[in-house]
Design a binder for this molecule. Sequence first.
Ligand SMILES: Nc1ncnc2c1ncn2[C@@H]1O[C@@H](CSCCNC[C@@H]2Cc3ccc([N+](=O)[O-])cc3CN2)[C@@H](O)[C@H]1O
Length: 261
Amino acid sequence: MAACYQKFDPAAYLQYNYTPPRADFARKDSIVPWKLACLHRAFTEGDVSGELLVDIGSGPTLYQVMSGCEVFNKLILTDFLEVNRQELRCWLQNEGGCSLDWTPYLEHVCKLEGKRPSAWKEKAGRLRHVISDILPVDVHCSQPLAPETLPLAGADCLVSCFCLESVSPDLPAFTRALGHIGKLLRPGGHLLLIGALGESYYFGGPGVRIPVVPLNEAQVCDSLKESGYTLIRLEVYTLPQDMQVGVDDVTGVFFAKAKKE
Ligand SMILES: Nc1ncnc2c1ncn2[C@@H]1O[C@@H](CSCCNC[C@@H]2Cc3ccc([N+](=O)[O-])cc3CN2)[C@@H](O)[C@H]1O
């Protein structure tokens, strides 16, 4: 699987998935507002708390931690590829030249939090303040992060978006990867998992076709249970026709909130 990621192009990937129509904040049926609403609810409904949030397989994106950064005082971003970690560092350093302007995302999450959209600068400052590390990760390793990365007790919460199914050749590998990242989480900690349903490939750049293990809802639920999680909630988004933009064959997106037993 690693070989097909050598040509991954963060800028193209962001263009494919994180600009309109998939990221259209004026459309109630756009995918990104749906994802942001799921994450906002999950982080703010009162059962998720602690000190440390770890994002597994961040890719070049930040939307997935924009709600969580208000709940946790320490946030670790991770990805397998240096090109993606560099994209995240670019935003963190706030010197311009990054591949995507995250302002509309920050404004939208501010609105979800009942703040003025112009509060996005404070939110950006909070997010930059709590990000403590941007580290390599490999979910196929039984120890996905370097041993000294986390406190002995583990992280209080994990978030992972569109990663596990995109790097697993089959369902058993997806389930094993879930178990591997579960070891990073303290008992009673929460996992917020977003992923693709029915996806067999996606383009990680022009001509960079990357295989994905196609999942359905039942398989996601079974894999979570098999790898030691109790499912709290599963939400599913079905893509409207005009969200099929030729960059993958995804049919739906799931959001799972689960708790490590
Ligand atoms: N062994 C590894 N361990 C951890 N991470 C690894 C490993 N290998 C590669 N990686 C890392 O995993 C990758 C994560 S990006 C994966 C993209 N997933 C598919 C894509 C995403 C997407 C987004 C939005 C929408 N939508 O409908 O709005 C649909 C879809 C469906 N297509 C990449 O960051 C790589 O660097």
